[in-house]
Design a binder for this molecule. Structure first.
Ligand code: SF4
Length: 71
């Protein structure tokens, strides 16, 4: 069973770094507040879309370190 990345959307600042490093796994979505069009949060839409090293690169480059592995 591969490890699955999770984004803590409370902490995500919507910088889009992870979606640039790993667009096969992460994408931007409207935040939970929605409707105002200014709050974007990263979400995992395809947890096994990229090799673990690539996902770890996204984790390492996240400025608020809010991507982690869920066992
Ligand atoms: S790199 Fe981190 S802060 Fe930036 S969009 Fe991705 S999860 Fe959010």
């Amino acid at each position: 069973m591969p490890r699955v990345p999770v984004v803590d959307q409370q902490a995500c600042i919507g910088c889009e770094v992870c979606t640039q490093i790993c667009p096969q796994v992460f994408r931007m979505e409207e935040g939970p507040e929605g409707g105002h069009g200014h709050e974007h949060k990263s979400t995992v839409y395809n947890p096994t879309g990229a090799p673990e090293e690539k996902i770890e690169e996204a984790m390492d480059n996240c400025p608020v370190a809010c991507i982690y592995w869920s066992e």
